[in-house]
Design a protein around this ligand. Structure first.
Ligand code: KPL
Length: 313
């Protein structure tokens, strides 16, 4: 098994590092700012896990290594550029972020045939500052990670065991991630899985950020019109790109995630509350961009992008 190299010291990156520590997976962590890297993690069972110190700079990786970027899409270009000289042996790269656009960034910098995996996770984690000025990470909810290989030629393997014959390097990287932070579910059609997550984020994230509410409140009738409009626009755009969605199922799925994560404040709510840049460009902004290329009007998504941008720095 190769070593797992984790770029970034955010909540999910630190959760992966802590989980690697807990499960005996060899890893290195490369946060942008070593001062804000969590030093320990609080696990759901009350356990405290001490993280190993961060590694100061990238190093040459071998093909069996796995390089994961649990970063925001807008941080990806700079991070990949920094790593590019160290990827000559083509270790597997995994992108793990909310929203869309990472695949395009990776294609530009790494090329369309690079051993690449795209992933989305529903694990919950919170990075917390301590009174002494340090940081720790809190595992707030067990979820699952969906992962798939967008650069493989069709026909794409249906199962992970088929993938291990077609692309053993990618199957091994998935196994490494699964040993680190299970469960990891292989998705043959990862783009559809990412668009599904996009539909959820496109409704919950901007509404919770704009109205300063927990996820559960977006199911209220006062948001019905907006929810319907977002889901209808999303579905038209997704269909125009050959992705099979129907608006009613999209809407029902959004409501069920909002209920299941009801007590959470969405990541966009938290970004606005902490004065950080939001992921609006990679979520509703991505829908707007993709719609423009096909000449589809998306007034609700366009309005939400403007309103969230007005809230954030
Ligand atoms: O992914 C999320 C986010 O907050 O970004 C949801 C699913 C909305 C959970 O809060």
């Amino acid at each position: 098994m190769g070593k797992l190299h984790i770029v970034g010291g955010g909540a999910i990156g630190s959760l992966i590092a802590a989980s690697a520590q807990k499960n005996g997976v060899p890893y290195e962590c490369y946060p942008r700012d070593r001062k804000t890297m969590p030093t320990y993690a609080h696990w759901l069972d009350g356990q405290t896990i001490t993280l190993k110190p961060a590694t100061p700079s990238p190093c040459l990786l071998t093909q069996s290594d796995v390089l994961i970027f649990p970063l925001k899409v807008y941080q990806l270009n700079a991070a990949l550029l920094q790593w590019l000289p160290h990827l000559t042996q083509k270790p597997t790269v995994i992108l793990l972020h909310n929203g869309m656009g990472g695949h395009e960034v990776a294609k530009d910098l790494l090329g369309g045939d690079y051993p690449l995996l795209l992933a989305t996770t529903s694990h919950g984690a919170l990075k917390v500052s301590t009174s002494s000025g340090g940081f720790h990470v809190k595992y707030t909810g067990v979820g699952a990670t969906q992962i798939g290989a967008p650069n493989l030629d069709k026909p794409i393997s249906q199962t992970l065991s088929a993938l291990s014959k077609e692309a053993p390097q990618l199957a091994n990287a998935i196994a490494t991630l699964d040993k680190t932070l299970p469960p990891v579910q292989y998705q043959r059609n990862i783009l559809k899985a990412l668009w599904t997550k996009l539909s959820i984020n496109a409704v919950i994230n901007p509404l919770t950020a704009i109205y300063n509410i927990q996820n559960k409140f977006i199911v209220n009738s006062e948001f019905e019109q907006s929810r319907n409009a977002i889901c209808n626009e999303f579905t038209q755009v997704a269909n125009a790109y050959g992705l099979d969605f129907d608006a009613q199922t999209v809407h029902e799925n959004v409501l069920s995630v909002a209920n299941a994560t009801g007590e959470n404040y969405s990541s966009m709510h938290q970004d606005v509350a902490h004065g950080r840049q939001t992921e609006i460009d990679a979520i509703n902004g991505y829908i707007v961009d993709m719609a423009m290329k096909k000449g589809i009007p998306v007034p609700e998504n366009t309005l939400l992008v403007k309103r969230v941008k007005a809230l954030s720095v």
